[in-house]
Design a protein around this ligand. Structure first.
Ligand SMILES: Nc1nc2c(c(=O)[nH]1)N[C@@H](CN(C=O)c1ccc(C(=O)N[C@@H](CCC(=O)O)C(=O)O)cc1)CN2
Length: 236
């Protein structure tokens, strides 16, 4: 019988753990963590994600530094902001919301974020360490990390399992596959050029969906699978 992992309950537990940590930090050191969230332009979806991140900061006692730049901001202006945030001792984490407008080179901007403040884990050196055996990045991309957290907090062991990741984006698919590999899964990535992806997905113990089409996976799995959000695992 399939079960649904309650992702909201897991998220609430994690939030309350973070709120405790923030309280302890401020009692011990008289400092609160500071997170700068930089957004360029007016994309509705990005505005909404950024709004959620800032609201979460407020609820957890994290000081949010809100940097809102216009769509026409130049690459140099965005990088200047990043440098100022790198130098600000009250800012401990910097998050540049993606995608950036087309005239700005994302790679250049992300590379300018101080490694120690790269809370998204998108800096090439952090991603590079994620890809290397025996090396640990300072930060991990949040959506893939959330998938692993959902599985492990639900008692699903990953070691030795056949895991399939659908999609290979820099933000979700690729880092999810690297994280699963670090957890000792045997990992296959299915993408737009994979032939017969269904047969590969059916063989898997764990599936992480990081493809753009919603419902792409759902119809291909039966009731022996548990799911939460983007993660499926075989429960029988
Ligand atoms: N700096 C960053 N930019 C972007 C990130 C990021 O992690 N850091 N990720 C996305 C946008 N984003 C968060 O900012 C984000 C978008 C969507 C999801 C997600 O899991 N969505 C679910 C649907 C959730 C729901 O409707 O309740 C899904 O697609 O299945 C997570 C994070 C790009 N930019």
């Amino acid at each position: 019988m399939a079960t649904v992992i309650d992702g909201k309950a897991v998220a609430n537990t994690i939030r309350s753990e973070i709120a405790d940590e923030v309280r302890l930090l401020s009692q011990k050191y008289g400092k609160v963590p500071g997170l700068a969230v930089v957004i360029v332009g007016n994309r509705k979806d990005s505005q909404s994600y950024v709004g959620m991140k800032r609201k979460a900061c407020a609820e957890l006692g994290i000081k949010s530094f809100d940097i809102d730049l216009p769509e026409q901001a130049s690459e140099a202006e965005v990088i200047k902001q990043v440098h100022e945030l790198n130098a600000n001792p009250d800012v401990h984490g910097i998050l540049v919301q993606l995608p950036l407008p087309k005239h700005i080179n994302e790679d250049k901007v992300l590379t300018e974020i101080s490694l120690e403040k790269d809370v998204d884990g998108f800096h090439p050196l952090n991603i590079g360490k994620l890809a290397m055996k025996g090396r640990d990045p300072l930060f991990l991309p949040c959506t893939p990390k959330a998938c692993i957290e959902l599985l492990s907090r639900s008692g699903v062991s990953i070691k030795g399992k056949k895991a399939v990741v659908v999609g290979r984006s820099n933000i979700v698919g690729l880092p999810a596959s690297l994280l699963l590999l670090k957890e000792d899964a045997t990992v296959t990535i299915v993408h737009s050029h994979t032939s017969q992806p269904e047969s590969i997905i059916r063989e898997a113990d764990i599936v992480i969906a990081a493809a753009r089409q919603p419902m792409m996976i759902k119809g291909k799995l039966d009731q022996t699978w548990s799911c939460s959000h983007r993660c499926w695992h075989k429960c029988c």
